[in-house]
Design a binder for this molecule. Structure first.
Ligand code: HEM
Ligand code: HEM
Length: 545
């Protein structure tokens, strides 16, 4: 025991400015006494008990902890090479520690109990086939109603029975004397028989009276109550989906952030709309709107309506550009192309490109052909007047149309005859600026571009082309999003009839042709995979890996 005393860790001084406590090689009397009493379980480390001024001794305090339903923390070993102390499972030694002091504090006997059961929800009735937690029996002493949980048998009622959860008026534990039966012996309210191992008819009271008796008796391995007493898994368990992080936030946080974001956007949009309305209501803006209603008059002799050829051109353009954007992004992102294509006419394997780039460039050729036919027809039929600004008035009119869009008081919808000035500028930019830019920069990067034209290549470095080509694609994507959104928000059926059925009507014909066109595009999207592309590419060159 002296050895034990020597092995004790020393802690903070007991008095300000004093030495570490306890003095080296010394153990406080209480501890030595306690140690002496535990010789029966010599292998069990002793509990260091602070001096008498400390609340009871450390050992009972430890033993009592489970009564509060909290799991004991294990700390450093008490002896060199020993295990963490105290052991997690209630050991005979631990029982000893608890029962030893039971005479002074009977409730300490609950050390035999599985730790996690909070008293308020501890079962009042014994669990079949398992040790009945004494703490459960003690719980009603609190007078609180017990929660009922899952049935004990398949198809059974929630457990414990309602009668068992009725609060039991019991004197507070602290008021009991040592001679009183342990709380474990409080007869369960339920009439169910108490398993012998749980509430030993004689052992419990005698444990209080003679600790030694209980030292010998190994308590049945307590079964962890699979009951309402089991602590509810906290929401912050790592496996919980709410705590799994997606990027910097958890799912709940993303939902919250999205809600806040959407509300913020709606709020900002409302403010913008209201401010624009207020602004347009000012006198000078009323004059401005009268002078610049949002569309510029067409030149004399401009055609009325959209011909069928234009609708076809428009559809084929949409079809191609969707696949062009997709294949362009594939060229940009793919690390290891699925296959390579080498032109049939290439010498010595030169001009080898990835299958994705082959597809991109093949689509580009079709797109260029379609675009050239479109522009030729635009000028041949006078349709160009609808998409090419013919006076500078288009600028203030475009501002006017833009403000009207912002105020949600849409500009006059007159697409069959004349686009508003914002449309004219957007279509003009797309047809006559963005498309040629995409082609010029694309060709510069392609195998078609002459490699040996030194002066030309110095004047137009490939890096420039690469730097411009991608942002042009971003422009196309932005244009398409805004364009299609407005087509649908400003009289969808009528607009679709204009472009897809070449008529100025309100029926559904244009809509269904549009839907059919989407089906064709989706089919092409699905078909555009290497297994199908490779044979087609093989008709124009060699495909291999
Ligand atoms: C699903 C996609 C699309 C739909 C539903 C659609 C629909 C329309 C409609 C209804 C019009 C006539 C507007 C009116 O009558 O007021 C139109 C015009 C136009 N769209 Fe689209 N569009 C789509 C995609 C595209 C794309 C991808 C581009 C170009 C990249 C484009 C370029 C144009 C141009 C240049 C015009 C004016 C044509 C002219 O009158 O000469 N559209 N579009
Ligand atoms: C005549 C028209 C076009 C030609 C000849 C062309 C050609 C090319 C070529 C040769 C590349 C490969 C660049 C490289 O090796 O890094 C490329 C990439 C790309 N193309 Fe095109 N292209 C054309 C039109 C378009 C259009 C209209 C779009 C989209 C609207 C587009 C989107 C892209 C994208 C996103 C890339 C990847 C860019 C990158 O890697 O940064 N291209 N194009």
């Amino acid at each position: 025991m002296a050895a034990d005393a020597r092995n004790l860790r020393r802690g903070l001084p007991r008095r300000p400015g004093g030495d570490a406590w306890p003095p080296p090689g010394e153990a406080p009397g209480g501890l030595v006494a306690a140690s002496a009493r535990t010789t029966a379980t010599a292998s069990t480390p002793t509990v260091p008990a602070p001096d008498a001024s400390m609340p009871i001794a450390a050992a009972p305090a430890v033993a009592a902890a489970p009564a509060s339903g909290r799991r004991l923390r294990s700390g450093l070993p008490r002896v060199a090479g020993g295990g963490a102390w105290p052991e997690v499972v209630a050991t005979p030694g631990a029982a000893d520690v608890g029962v030893r002091d039971a005479a002074a504090a009977p409730q300490h006997a609950v050390v035999e109990e599985p730790p996690p059961a909070p008293p308020v929800s501890a079962p009042a009735a014994p669990m079949p086939g398992g040790a009945q937690p004494a703490v459960a029996a003690a719980s009603p002493a609190t007078g609180g109603a017990l929660r009922r949980g899952l049935p004990r048998v398949a198809g059974g009622d929630p457990w414990p029975a309602p009668s068992a959860v009725a609060p039991v008026a019991a004197p507070p534990l602290a008021a009991r004397s040592a001679a009183e039966p342990l709380p474990a012996a409080v007869p369960p309210v339920a009439a169910e028989p108490v398993p012998a191992a749980v509430v030993p008819d004689s052992a419990a009271p005698s444990a209080a009276a003679s600790p030694a008796a209980s030292v010998e008796r190994k308590p049945a391995e307590p079964e962890r109550p699979v009951s309402p007493a089991a602590p509810i898994v906290p929401a912050s368990t790592p496996s919980s989906p709410t705590t799994t992080r997606y990027g910097p936030l958890t799912r709940t946080q993303w939902v919250g952030a999205s809600v806040v974001g959407v509300l913020a956007i709606i709020g900002a949009a409302t403010i913008v709309v209201q401010l624009t309305r207020w602004f347009l209501g000012l006198d000078f803006m009323q004059d401005f709107l009268a002078s610049y209603p949002g569309e510029t008059p067409l030149p004399e002799g401009a055609p009325v309506g959209l011909p069928a050829w234009l609708g076809w051109q428009h559809f084929f353009n949409v079809f191609l550009i969707v696949l062009i954007i997709r294949s362009g992004l594939q060229v940009r992102t793919e690390k290891r192309p699925p296959a390579y294509w080498t032109p049939r006419w290439a010498k010595g394997g030169r001009g080898r490109i990835s299958l994705s780039l082959w597809f991109h460039q093949s689509l580009d050729i079709l797109w260029l052909v379609n675009g050239v036919i479109f522009v030729v027809l635009l000028f041949a039929t006078g349709q160009w007047m609808r998409v090419v600004p013919t006076s500078w008035e288009v600028v203030p009119n475009a501002v006017s149309a833009g403000l009207q869009y912002l105020s949600l008081d849409w500009p006059l919808e007159n697409g069959w005859v004349n686009y508003n000035s914002l449309q004219v500028l957007a279509y003009f930019a797309t047809i006559f600026i963005a498309a040629p830019l995409a082609a010029l920069t694309g060709v510069r990067m392609s195998g078609l571009w002459p490699k040996n034209a030194t002066a030309l290549n110095r004047a137009y470095p490939v890096e420039w082309a690469r730097a411009v080509h991608f942002p042009v694609m971003l422009y196309f994507v932005a244009f398409i999003v805004v364009h299609v959104t407005l087509v649908f928000l400003t009289g969808a059926l009528r607009n679709l009839n204009h472009m897809y059925a070449a008529q100025d009507a309100d029926g559904w014909l244009g809509f269904w042709i549009f839907v059919a066109s989407l089906v064709v595009i989706a089919a092409a999207w699905i078909a555009a995979r290497p297994t199908l592309l490779a044979p087609v590419a093989g008709m124009f060159g060699k495909v291999g890996r």
